[in-house]
Design a protein around this ligand. Structure first.
Ligand code: NAD
Ligand code: DAU
Length: 356
C-alpha cells in the first residue's frame, strides 16, 4: 500500500494509473479536488479495489493521521499542490496554504506515524516529495543547466512556495531522520493536463479557432518531459533512490515557447486538414508578458541516469504527437473541464492581456 496525495490532478492521476498498471499494488489517493483535481482522470479505476480514493486536504491533520493509522502505507508520494504560476500571481494565498502549510501539516503527521513504526518498517519507509525545477530560478541563454547543487532562487509565489516545502522536507530528514527523497522536475505535458498550461491550452484554443496567446516575445525556454516518463522516474527514485538525496528529472528537450506552439499548429494542420482554422499558426497572438517571467529552465538529468539508470523514453517529437492525438480523441474530457470556473479563469488571465 502506498499513499499518493494529489492523485486526481494531471501528473498524480497519470502516476496512479501507471502504478496500478505496472506495480499492481494498492494506492490510497488523498485529493482535495480543487479545480485541478478531476475524478474523470481515474474513471478506468472506478471498479478497481486497488484504488482507494479519499476526498480531503493534506493540511487536515486529523484526517491524515487517521489514514496513516488505518492503511499503514510503506511510502508516500506527495504531488498535492497548487501548481499554476499565473494563478499564483493573482492569488498567492492558496499556494502558501497548500504548498507550505499543507506540506508542513502532512510532514508532522508522517513524523508521528513513522516514529512509532518498528525498526524494520522505519528503515524501508519512504516519503517522496515531488517538486519542480522552478525553485532554481531563471537561466541565461549560455548558462549550464540546473544540477542538484544549483542554489535555490525562486522567482514566483508558486516557486517560492514549492521551495519552502522542499526546505521543510530537507529539514525533516536532517533533524528527525525521516527517510525523504525529493525530485525536481521540468515542464510536463501529456494526457489529462488541465488546459491552463501552455501545451494543453494551445491545443484546445487552436481546435476551437481561438487566439493562441504568446507571452512576451515567445522566446522563453522550457525543458519538456512527457508525463509517462516522469511517472516512471518517480517509481525508479522510490525503488532505488538514496534517502536524503535530491534527483533532477528532465527531458533533454529545451524548446522556445514559440517553437512549441508552431509544432502543435503543424501537427493540427496534418491531423485536421479540413479544419477551417488551417493554418492554425495564423491564430498566434502576442500578449502582455507574465510578470517576473523566468527566461529559461534547463535540467541536467545526469545524476538520475548515472546513479539510478533512468532516462526518458520519449523525445519531444514523439511525445507531442501522442499528446495532440490524445486531446483530439478525448474532446469530451476537454469539454467537461473547460466549463464552469475555467471560463472565469480565462477571463481573469487573458482579458487583461487584451484577448478573450
Ligand atoms: P495539478 O494542479 O494538475 O494537480 C494538483 C492536484 O493536487 C489536484 O488534483 C488538486 O485537487 C490536488 N490538491 C491541491 N491542493 C490540495 C490539498 N491541499 N490537499 C490535497 N490535494 C490537493 O498539478 P500537476 O501539474 O499534476 O503537478 C503535481 C505536482 O508536481 C505538484 O507538486 C507540482 O508542483 C509538481 N510539478 C509539476 C510539473 C508540471 O509541469 N506540471 C513539473 C514539475 C513538478
Ligand atoms: O518547470 C516546471 C513547472 O512547469 C511546474 O513546476 C509548474 O507546475 C508548471 O505549471 C510549469 O510552469 P510554467 O510556468 O513553465 O508552465 P506554463 O505552461 O504556465 O507556461 C509555459 C511557458 O509558456 C511559460 O514561459 C509561459 C508561457 N505561456 C503560458 C501560457 C499559459 C504563454 O506564452 N502563454 C500562455 O497562455
Amino acid at each position: 500500500m502506498i499513499l499518493v496525495t494529489g492523485g486526481a490532478g494531471f501528473i498524480g492521476s497519470n502516476f496512479v494509473l501507471d502504478w496500478i498498471g505496472c506495480e499492481g499494488t494498492p494506492v490510497v489517493n488523498l485529493d482535495k479536488l480543487t479545480y485541478a483535481g478531476n475524478m474523470e482522470n481515474l474513471a478506468n479505476l472506478s471498479n478497481d479495489h486497488r484504488h482507494i480514493f479519499v476526498h480531503g486536504d493534506i493540511g487536515d491533520s486529523a484526517l491524515v493521521g487517521d489514514l496513516l493509522k488505518k492503511h499503514k502505507p510503506r511510502a508516500i508520494v506527495n504531488f498535492a499542490a497548487e501548481s499554476h504560476v499565473d494563478r499564483s500571481i493573482y492569488g498567492p494565498a492558496d499556494f502558501v496554504h497548500t504548498n507550505v502549510v499543507g506540506t508542513f501539516n502532512l510532514l508532522e503527521e508522517v513524523r508521528s506515524y513513522w516514529s512509532a513504526l518498528a525498526d524494520e518498517e522505519k528503515n524501508t519507509f519512504r516519503f517522496l516529495h515531488v517538486s519542480t525545477d522552478e525553485v532554481y530560478g531563471s537561466l541565461g541563454p549560455d548558462d549550464a543547466p540546473f544540477t542538484e547543487e544549483t542554489p535555490y532562487a525562486p522567482n514566483s509565489p508558486y516557486s517560492a512556495s514549492k521551495a519552502a516545502s522542499d526546505h521543510l522536507v530537507r529539514a525533516y530528514h536532517h533533524t528527525y531522520g525521516l527517510p525523504m527523497l525529493t525530485t525536481n522536475c521540468s515542464n510536463n505535458y501529456g494526457p489529462y493536463q488541465f488546459p491552463e498550461k501552455l501545451i494543453a491550452l494551445m491545443i484546445l484554443n487552436a481546435t476551437k479557432g481561438r487566439s493562441l496567446p504568446i507571452y512576451g516575445d515567445g522566446q522563453n525556454v522550457r525543458d519538456w518531459l512527457y508525463v509517462g516518463d516522469h511517472c516512471e522516474a518517480i517509481r525508479v527514485v522510490l525503488a532505488k533512490g538514496i534517502v536524503g538525496e535530491t534527483y533532477n528529472i528532465g527531458g533533454w528537450n529545451e524548446k522556445a515557447n514559440l517553437d512549441v506552439v508552431h509544432t502543435i499548429c503543424a501537427i493540427l494542420d496534418e491531423y485536421l486538414p479540413n479544419s477551417s482554422f488551417v493554418p492554425h499558426v495564423s491564430l498566434i497572438t502576442y500578449v502582455k508578458d507574465r510578470p517576473g517571467h523566468d527566461r529559461r529552465y534547463a535540467i541536467d538529468a545526469h545524476k538520475i541516469e548515472r546513479e539510478l539508470g533512468w532516462k526518458p523514453k520519449e523525445n519531444f517529437e514523439t511525445g507531442i504527437r501522442k499528446t495532440v492525438r490524445w486531446y483530439l480523441d478525448n474532446m469530451a474530457w476537454v469539454e467537461n473541464v473547460a466549463s464552469g470556473n475555467y471560463q472565469n479563469w480565462l477571463a481573469q488571465n487573458y482579458v487583461d492581456r487584451g484577448i478573450s
